[in-house]
Ligand binder design. Structure first.
Ligand SMILES: CC(C)(COP(=O)(O)OP(=O)(O)OC[C@H]1O[C@@H](n2cnc3c(N)ncnc32)[C@H](O)[C@@H]1OP(=O)(O)O)[C@@H](O)C(=O)NCCC(=O)NCCS
Length: 206
């Protein structure tokens, strides 16, 4: 199925769908309260969703009005979280809906958060990933994140170690390759981008 993709800041109305995906993706998952804080209160947090806009295409004026009034979002295909503090970007979370994995959506979300970090003038991005999570490591490796070290017993529930991965955003050659990759994924799977290139610090489109 062809989805009409919209990349935008996460809104409170997205949280129920995000929490369902989160529960299917992480152990332990984040709570709805944590997402509400990230979306509504934290000034460091830049939460993103990839929405299937197909399901919210208004057919006439009153439907469009109703949709705006109710803030009823389309299906969330995936989401991510970026913290930006004093030159450091931190990918806090990323997940694609389990029914739609392997279709390029996780890559769009990661690339969008890298682009958002560049727009915010971050010097580097860090993230933690389970040492057993080869799929996510492949994705990060594709975007030139490197393993910087290991954090022993980082995941408290089962004591699994995390790799500390980093991407240097001051490397001009890497930035040029990144721009090419970002352009290529947009060409392959066009999406409306209301997130990665915003010049204001946060949620200006709302
Ligand atoms: C990690 C995750 C976000 C990837 O999203 P996705 O939409 O399935 O991935 P994409 O289709 O965009 O694939 C992008 C890249 O990821 C890697 N990848 C994706 N699926 C893979 C698989 N089954 N095996 C190995 N690598 C895989 C590849 O590098 C791929 O690039 P390629 O297509 O050029 O080979 C998704 O698997 C997920 O939500 N996992 C559960 C949550 C999670 O582990 N998050 C990371 C926490 S650190």
């Amino acid at each position: 199925m062809n989805h009409k993709l919209i990349l935008r800041y996460m809104r409170p109305a997205d949280i129920p769908q995000v929490v369902i995906i989160d529960n299917q993706s992480f152990n332990p998952p984040w709570s709805a309260r944590s997402y509400a804080y990230e979306v509504g209160e934290s000034s460091y947090s830049h939460m993103v969703v990839l929405e299937d806009g197909t399901s919210v295409q208004p057919t006439n004026g009153w439907r469009r009005w109703l949709q705006r009034w109710s803030d009823h979002p389309g299906a969330v295909l995936g989401y991510g979280g970026l913290w930006y503090i004093a030159g450091e970007g931190h990918i806090s979370t990323i997940a694609a809906h389990p029914d739609y994995r392997g279709q390029g959506y996780g890559e769009i979300l990661l690339a969008a958060m890298i682009h958002r970090a560049i727009t915010l003038q971050a010097e580097y991005i860090v993230l933690e990933v389970r040492v057993s999570n080869a799929v996510a490591q492949n994705l990060y490796g594709k975007y030139e994140f490197q393993i910087f070290g290991t954090k022993p017993n980082y995941y408290r529930l089962d004591n699994e170690d995390a790799y500390d991965m980093r991407l240097d955003l001051t490397d001009e050659a890497m930035l040029a390759r990144f721009e090419q990759r970002f352009a290529a994924i947009k060409a392959r799977q066009p999406f409306t981008d209301q997130y990665s290139m915003l010049t204001s610090p946060k949620h200006s489109q709302e």
